[in-house]
Design a protein around this ligand. Structure first.
Ligand code: NAP
Length: 506
């Protein structure tokens, strides 16, 4: 019955009059999506979305501000009153439909990612499938939100635990996974009965808006999924509007630790719930007992996916003395053989551009600092001839803990290697960071595997494995890498409140 009441308005088509060449006009949108309608920014302001490979402008997207945020908040709050009552089975069916549409449109959605983010098409298709899988997973979890019946010492009472949706959720996401960072949160939130407002990154709003088009086609009711794109200039004002409003019950953020701290302060003022998926500094330890070929293959996958721009990318390699030289030699050979830099739309390219020139400058700064302090360039070490946003996949040896690349997250295609002697030394270096998202190590010694897996101060550990993300597994960090978990059976709890109900006089 509720589903019938919630049928979305039939909207006029909002196809662009001209779509950038090669991009699917059926999915490319340039306005905010609020209350089931495409909403223009009130002051007609817009910002450009750029192709990081060429620097060319793809199109102008509406630059929203606090006024559009308020509209989105009102729409989400109104929709929450009905969406929360929709039977879980119906919410599940709508999420499933959305998932199916993503899979049907995966090539087109991937083109949008490659155009605005730069990652190679093969990786972009992989991201779309990963992103869609979160909708599928949470469509299944929606039907498995269980309460409890508790036994209490009083004979005339019974105690129940109910799980209820927290309410309206503000979702702020980064550019490095323009689709998956949204569905990982939105799938769980909608399954729980929450409604959302998404603020995507300035660099990658088109993926969030394409998801809105498909949500609409799937029949997700008006106001349940809203998107408010904005420029980097307006992000602080939009962030404040979306994170301080009394209508918002929860803030779910993925991005840098620095921005996370700003949003946590907003949350503190009105005691909102939070999920924070923040920065990392993943160690990758190779012990003498490791299978060196496995370790080298894992290193390549863990370091260079998305040109090194993932939060779980290895940031520092720690390699034991006995295996060090052969590991460095083989990794250097594999980088030269397997990694091909270029435009993500070209066949065979494995390394696209970095997101912008600022990102390239940071890699340059880290390499320059390391080399000036004695690091040796094994391969790469400079900008790529292809253009200002391209950097060569780089391997540095003779790296020490005082170098910038070991102190800060590089977020680029730089693999620095530190040589170590003992397990204690490696674990101490790995744990010296104030963040703890992912960590990896290679060893064939079972006792060492248990010891190190337990001692690493991170939320996720890859043992003899460099790629560990899966929708079934809990994603999240410890220390300043954040609060809460996404995906898995635990992810939905982030969007549920526990209510205790005491039945007396029985
Ligand atoms: P960022 O600068 O923190 O941006 C992330 C998002 O926050 C963007 O939408 C950004 O908008 C927005 N934002 C920035 N300042 C804001 C403010 N004052 N108020 C509200 N919103 C604001 O992070 P990034 O550099 O784009 O992303 C890379 C970082 O994300 C890395 O540290 C990486 O490790 C982390 N990350 C973590 C995970 C995880 O699951 N733990 C996953 C992916 C990435 P604009 O784009 O308009 O600036």
């Amino acid at each position: 019955m509720f589903a019938r009441l919630l049928l979305p308005r039939i909207l006029p088509s909002h196809k662009l009059s001209s779509c950038p060449q090669g991009l699917p006009a059926s999915l490319v949108r340039s306005s905010a999506y609020v209350g089931g309608s495409w909403l223009r920014s009130s002051d007609s302001a817009s910002f450009p979305v750029l192709d990081p490979a060429t620097g060319a402008e793809l199109l102008q997207v509406d630059d929203c501000g606090p006024r559009e945020c308020r509209e989105a908040l009102k729409a989400a709050a109104a929709a929450f009153q009905t969406w929360r009552e929709v039977p879980a089975k119906e919410r599940s069916a709508l999420l499933r439909k959305w998932y199916e549409l993503m899979i049907q449109n995966k090539e087109d959605l991937a083109k949008i990612i490659t155009a605005e983010n730069g990652k190679p098409m093969k990786e972009a298709v992989g991201e779309i499938v990963y992103a869609a899988n979160f909708l599928e997973w949470f469509s299944e979890e929606a039907r498995r939100i269980y309460g409890d019946v508790l036994s209490v010492p009083m004979k005339d009472r019974r105690a129940l635990v109910l799980k209820q949706p927290v309410g309206v959720v503000t979702i702020i996401t980064p550019w490095n996974f323009p689709s998956a960072m949204i569905t990982r949160k939105v799938g769980a939130a909608l399954a729980a009965g929450c409604t959302v407002i998404v603020k995507p990154a300035e660099d990658t709003p088109l993926s969030a808006l394409a998801l809105a088009e498909l949500a609409h086609q799937a029949g997700i009711p008006a106001g349940v999924y809203n998107v408010v794109p904005c420029s980097r200039e307006k992000a602080p004002a939009v962030g404040k509007a979306l994170c301080t409003d009394p209508l918002v019950a929860k803030i779910s953020f993925t991005g840098s630790t620095a921005t996370g701290k700003i949003l946590l302060r907003y949350a503190a003022d009105s005691v909102k719930r939070v999920s924070m998926e923040l920065g990392g500094h993943a160690p990758f330890i190779v012990f003498d007992s490791a299978n060196v070929d496995q370790a080298v293959a894992g290193a390549l996958a863990s370091k260079f996916r998305n040109s090194g721009q993932t939060c779980v990318c290895t940031n520092k390699f720690l390699v034991q003395e006995g295996i060090h030289d052969i590991f460095v030699q083989k990794l250097s050979e594999l980088i030269k053989k397997e990694l091909h830099v270029g435009n993500g739309f070209e066949e065979g390219v494995t390394q696209g551009p970095l997101i912008n020139e600022k990102a390239v400058q940071k890699v340059e700064q880290h390499v320059g600092d390391a080399v000036s302090q004695g690091a040796r360039i094994e391969t790469g070490g400079k900008r790529h001839d292809l253009g200002k946003n391209f950097y060569e996949p780089t391997l540095l040896s003779n790296v020490t803990t005082n170098m910038l690349c070991i102190q800060e997250e590089t977020f680029g295609p730089l693999a620095p290697v530190i040589k170590f002697n003992t397990e204690e030394e490696a674990v101490a270096i790995a744990n010296s960071a104030n963040v703890g998202l992912a960590g990896y190590f290679y060893s064939q010694d079972p006792a060492q595997i248990w010891r190190v897996a337990e001692r690493l101060e991170v939320g996720m550990v890859g043992v003899n494995e460099g790629l560990i993300s899966a929708v079934e597994c809990p994603f999240g960090g410890v220390k300043q890498s954040g609060l809460g978990r996404e995906g898995s059976k635990y992810g939905i709890d982030e969007y549920l409140d526990i209510k205790y109900v005491c039945f007396g006089g029985l």
